[in-house]
Design a protein around this ligand. Structure first.
Ligand code: PGA
Length: 243
């Protein structure tokens, strides 16, 4: 399976950053599918700058409803109109900063699919849950309750304790979790789940990307900090598998 390397810019980035970044990534040799998820304010600008290239644009959240009196929120059809093809949902920072639970994430995934977007649904355990031996149980439960029936998007496994920390699980732990996620997806969604990409996210950097992306069932990476510099993002993409 061709891997997807997705950049999550979080609440970083200015208009002045768009052109140079877009020019760097759109001319890169396409070993993997590339996606950049900037803040809402830069979506349309990125979509214009990357038009005609193979690099897709995505958002970092959407509201479950297509429109309404929800001050400060953005709907999935609005994202699609701005040029997004993907949307990250249920990131652990959304779950903790905004109290998003699995039911909310599932409603958002349904809204994204209805608007023609590909959702990237994030799951992952906390450090305490891993130490208690609960990591797979927690992740299976998040999948069960966050993914709508017939889900045809992307899943991102992001251990909460690995995000922005410079720490990653061992390659054996990543491989074991990705195998467990694949088994859970097949049980939950049926044979079509064999085709879904399962990304790894959490402190993916140029120096650890090759070992993580070489693991079975790792369908790509969701990259935070290292996606802000085009050079690092492209270094990660350059070791992705063509499938
Ligand atoms: P990080 O973030 O690569 O900075 O750890 C990953 C993410 O939160 O998606």
């Amino acid at each position: 399976m061709r891997q997807l390397i997705a950049g999550n810019w979080k609440m970083f980035g200015k208009l002045a950053d768009v052109t140079a970044f877009a020019n760097a990534v759109k001319t890169a040799p396409a070993g993997a599918d590339l996606l950049i998820c900037p803040p809402f304010t830069l979506l349309e600008r990125f979509a214009a700058a990357l038009q005609g290239s193979a690099v897709a644009v995505g958002a970092q959240d959407c509201h479950p409803l297509p429109q309404g009196a929800h001050t400060g929120d953005i709907s999935a059809p609005m994202l699609a109109e701005a040029g997004a093809a993907y949307v990250i949902l249920g990131h652990s920072e959304r779950r903790s900063d905004h109290g998003e639970n699995n039911a909310v994430v599932r409603a958002k995934a349904e809204a994204a699919i209805a608007a023609g977007l590909t959702p990237i649904v994030c799951v992952g355990e906390t450090e305490a849950e891993r130490e208690a031996g609960e990591a797979e149980h927690v992740v299976r439960s998040q999948l069960l309750h966050s993914l709508p029936p017939g889900f045809a998007g992307v899943v991102a496994y992001e251990p909460v304790w690995a995000i922005g920390s410079g720490r990653t699980p061992t390659v054996d732990d990543v491989a074991a979790m990705h195998a467990a996620i694949r088994a859970a997806l097949l049980a939950q969604l049926g044979p079509a789940a064999a085709e879904l990409r399962i990304l790894y996210g959490g402190s993916v950097k140029p120096d650890n990307a090759a070992s993580l992306l070489a693991l079975p069932e790792v369908g790509g990476a969701l990259v935070g900090g290292a996606s802000l510099k085009a050079e690092d993002f492209l270094a990660i993409a350059s070791v992705a598998q063509r499938g």
